[in-house]
Design a protein around this ligand. Structure first.
Ligand code: SF4
Length: 528
């Protein structure tokens, strides 16, 4: 549904801030593509854009693709902004630019919902999810589009049921410019890991869209030009297992109807390995990757962070089970835990070697507001607000040692030969378990073939000829070429190249040690 149409027309400019360069934004892969400039279309802002009254023109700008211009601000009657903590400085900067045009600016999304006090300059704070606060904001803008005299905080107490969510306004975004497509089926997670803000922000009882909403969204994503992969951004895809099981047959049908043109991926807890019927359905629906927050291979640490559910099956067995259904595991890892010891880094590297997981997001522990971790560290007087630091946690181990461990792990884990060897393993042991996609006319279109050729040319030229890990690359690439594994070559190198370059920056101190770090550097993801 949309907000009720109102008489007065307002022009709404939705601006998504640039990302600070981070491990998970894949910007080093973009030059290998044919024009990708941003990571994923922002679900929240595109949802709000779709919810605006029908007669209100909406313009959407993702500043990872191009900055909002004077012309955009002159066109607008009001500006809406959304983002995560890591984009805080960029959001405040958008507000400053909009105010130069005397426009009212509203901010919503996860960061302001957790920390309203980060945003003193905004005119409206939209705290919480889509709901009565959104209707209130629209009504206020309709009545008066000048800037209020003082900040107004609107809190959602009555959330809009997800089954009534409109399809995000994908038509306003240049979907071809995104590395991945995004979609959301559920919100919330039943677990309570100590460091995580999801249960506090979105609740423990996952709320859901209907399978029909999801297939309609997928249709629209395709129509609007998404290619390659779509990521379910649900906090935990199996937060409600029955719902996941209900959805999967619809996804399988949709894939059959549209010729399996999209690979799917999601985030889920590792105990998904205990549910072979879900994994089997995901395999049929062509899920190829699952991000699991493994966090640490140390059972004592898992217990301390209240992530016991990761031990419902032995970790290595869980990974192998997922692999046996054709899905690669991507893992979140945290260093700097209270349980860390001098040998933690070495154990992590052994785990990486044994698990053969190619992609692990290795972060330093960061305490997020509205988490049990934040509350505990506040009680223990161990929160440090210093933007020059890599983390706001006063670690048990000496700070420099923790950061050095992180740098060393990044440096070793992403040495080109080691990383490509792990991809070699996945190509040999995991991907053969994927379904054989029927070769469909939808896959064999000229734009798709052209895209593959462009990426291949870029990979050969930028890595194979100009790159500085040519030897390792050609060893890996020649085996793929000899076996006709062109798709695997392209997909692996897109990610591997980013990891290798990002990790070099990390091990030499040029990158943040946490995707959430308050050590906010200038936005280094190019906007043009
Ligand atoms: S399982 Fe994942 S989403 Fe759920 S509380 Fe833990 S870290 Fe957060």
């Amino acid at each position: 549904m949309r907000a009720v149409s109102v008489g007065t027309v307002r022009h709404i400019l939705c601006v998504f801030p640039r990302y600070t360069s981070a491990f998970g934004t894949f910007e080093y892969a973009y030059p290998l593509t044919d024009g990708v400039q941003a990571f994923m279309p922002p679900q929240g802002l595109l949802l709000i854009a779709a919810y605006m009254p029908e007669n209100w023109p909406v313009r959407f700008i993702d500043e990872n693709i191009r900055p909002a211009t004077s012309e955009d601000f002159e066109w607008a009657d009001a500006v809406l902004v959304s983002g995560m903590h890591i984009q805080r400085h960029q959001m405040n900067d958008i507000c400053r630019r909009a105010h130069a045009f005397d426009l009212p600016v509203a901010i919503g999304g996860p960061s302001v919902s957790a920390c309203p006090d980060y945003y003193p300059s905004f005119d409206y704070l939209h705290v919480g999810e889509l709901g009565d606060a959104t209707d209130d904001l629209i009504a206020r803008l309709e009545r008066d589009s000048s800037r209020p005299n003082q900040q107004i905080v609107l809190k959602t107490s009555d959330r809009l049921d997800m089954t009534r969510f409109p399809i995000p306004a994908y038509e306003l975004a240049e979907l071809k410019r995104y590395f991945l497509g995004s979609i959301q089926y559920s919100s919330g997670c039943p677990y309570q890991c100590e460091f995580c803000d999801i249960p506090g922000l979105y609740g423990r009882n996952p709320r859901l869209k209907t399978p029909q909403q999801i297939t309609a969204e997928l249709d629209k994503l395709l129509e609007c030009g998404i290619r390659g992969s779509v990521y379910f951004v649900d906090d935990n895809f199996i937060g409600n297992r029955k719902a996941a099981l209900d959805l999967l047959p619809h996804l399988v049908e949709w894939q059959k109807k549209t010729g399996f043109v999209l690979r799917l991926s999601c985030e889920a807890t590792l105990n998904i390995a205990k549910r072979p019927e879900i994994l089997a359905g995901m395999r049929e629906a062509f899920f190829c990757t699952i991000f699991c927050g493994i966090e640490t291979p140390d059972p004592v640490a898992l217990k301390a962070m209240h992530k016991d559910h990761n031990m419902m099956v032995p970790i290595m067995e869980g990974i192998r089970t997922i692999n046996s259904f054709g899905m690669e595991v991507v893992s979140g890892i945290i260093l700097g835990l209270d349980t860390d010891k001098p040998e933690t880094g070495a154990h992590l590297l052994e785990f990486i070697e044994a698990s053969q997981i190619p992609l692990l997001t290795i972060n330093l522990l960061q305490a997020l507001p509205k988490t049990p971790l934040w509350d505990r560290l506040a009680r223990e007087n161990r929160l440090i607000e210093d933007e020059g630091r890599e983390s706001n946690v006063d670690f048990r181990r000496p700070y420099d040692e923790v950061v050095d461990t992180w740098r060393r792990c990044m440096g070793v884990a992403y040495e080109p030969a080691r990383l490509l060897q792990r991809y070699e393993y996945q190509i040999r042991e995991t991907y053969p378990h994927q379904i054989e996609r029927p070769s469909s006319r939808q896959q064999m279109t000229w734009p798709n073939i052209r895209l593959g050729l462009v990426m291949l040319r870029n990979i050969f030229w930028k890595i194979g000829i100009l790159g500085d890990y040519k030897l390792e690359f050609w060893k890996f690439a020649l085996r793929r070429l000899a076996r006709g594994e062109i798709e695997h070559l392209i997909a692996s190198m897109m990610v591997a190249h980013h990891l290798i370059l990002f990790a070099r920056g990390a091990s030499s101190g040029r990158q943040n040690a946490s995707n959430y770090s308050v050590r906010l550097r200038g936005a280094s993801v190019p906007a043009e």
